[in-house]
Structures are given as structure tokens and as C-alpha cells.
Design a binder for this molecule. Structure first.
Ligand code: ZN
Length: 186
């Protein structure tokens, strides 16, 4: 799969803050598993509130996403941890597209909530392919997050770095291979 194919998949998937780096299709099972990677090149340190650009690959996590063209969609999400050089601390930025505490994207839970909101948790559970108890928990957690949503601005990923952060990033590299070696830090 070349770069332009991956760009097309990224556009089709349209998941804020992520790009597609690999797609595996199981035609018989109508299941597509896309590997996506966070595009943010820096994270905001929760301790000193400054941008940190030293990125380390974290373990992958598989989540459910909305079906695409009738195919079941699973995402293998590759997240990063950042290290703030000033505070000498690691942190993992929050991704608004992913639901915390659930193996699903927030938009998948939005669809589940539509079913559950009509008073039908069993339809919601069937849609998600999970137990009713799980669907119920995801539904209420999703509603709670929607109520406590921080300002959208705060959650936007950092797309470019200032001079400071660039010099900080220099020499640390951000290749997957190097990140892999540091997975233990996660
Ligand atoms: Zn810091």
C-alpha cells in the first residue's frame, strides 16, 4: 500500500488526530483492521503546561469504530507518550476521538448512545457486539463525558512546533523503530 492509498484511507476514516498507516482486509468476514497513528508531534505537559516534543511509542490498543461501507471496522491505535525535559516526566496526552475506559472511538459510542437513548440497550449492545452491561456502562460514561467536555480548544492536538520545541526535539528522533525500543517506558 503506497502513500497515496494511505492518504485516501486517512480521509475516508476521518478520525481527528490520527492517520492510517496500514490496512488489513478480511473480505470473507467483512472486517477491516486499520492501524492508525497519532499525528500530534508534541503534547502539552500537564505539570508545566508547556509543549514537549520528545515522543515515545506506546503499546498498541485495539478499538471499535463505526462500520465503513458495511464492513466492521477495528482500529489498531498506536499512541505516544511524551517526555517533558523541564519536568523530567512522562505523560500521555488525551485524544478526544478515543473514548477513555472503553475499547471504542467516541463517535462509535455516540451511535451506541443513539440506540440506547431510545430506551433499547439490547439493540445498542448488539450493534457494538458487547454484553448489555458493557453497553450500558459505555453509554453512561459517554453521556457523562459529553456533559463535562472541556473547551474544544484545549483538546486540539499540537500540529506544529515553535523554535523552542524544535531544538528540544532535535536529536531525539521520532521514528517508530526508535520508539519501539522505548516501549518499556510506557
Ligand atoms: Zn513539564
Amino acid at each position: 500500500m503506497d502513500a497515496s492509498d494511505l492518504r485516501t484511507w486517512t480521509e475516508l476514516l476521518d478520525l481527528e488526530g490520527f492517520e492510517v498507516v496500514d490496512v488489513a482486509s478480511d473480505r470473507a468476514g467483512k472486517l477491516r483492521r486499520s492501524t492508525v497513528i497519532a499525528t500530534a508531534v508534541a503534547g502539552l505537559c500537564p505539570h508545566c503546561r508547556r509543549a514537549a516534543g520528545e515522543r515515545h511509542a506506546c503499546h498498541d490498543r485495539e478499538v471499535m469504530d463505526l462500520p465503513l461501507g458495511g464492513w466492521t471496522t477495528r482500529l489498531v491505535v498506536r499512541l505516544f507518550q511524551f517526555r517533558c525535559g523541564r519536568c523530567d516526566k512522562f505523560f500521555t496526552p488525551r485524544h478526544p476521538a478515543l473514548a477513555e475506559g472503553a475499547h471504542a472511538t467516541e463517535r462509535f459510542l455516540g451511535r451506541l448512545a443513539e440506540y440506547a437513548g431510545h430506551g433499547d440497550v439490547s439493540t445498542a449492545a448488539r450493534f457494538a457486539g458487547v454484553a448489555e452491561k458493557t453497553a450500558e456502562r459505555w453509554y453512561y460514561d459517554h453521556l457523562e463525558r459529553r456533559q463535562n467536555e472541556p473547551a474544544a480548544q484545549e483538546l486540539l492536538p499540537i500540529r506544529s512546533l515553535g523554535i523552542d520545541e524544535l531544538s528540544l526535539k532535535k536529536g531525539t528522533g521520532s521514528s517508530a523503530a526508535e520508539g519501539e525500543a522505548l516501549t518499556a517506558a510506557c
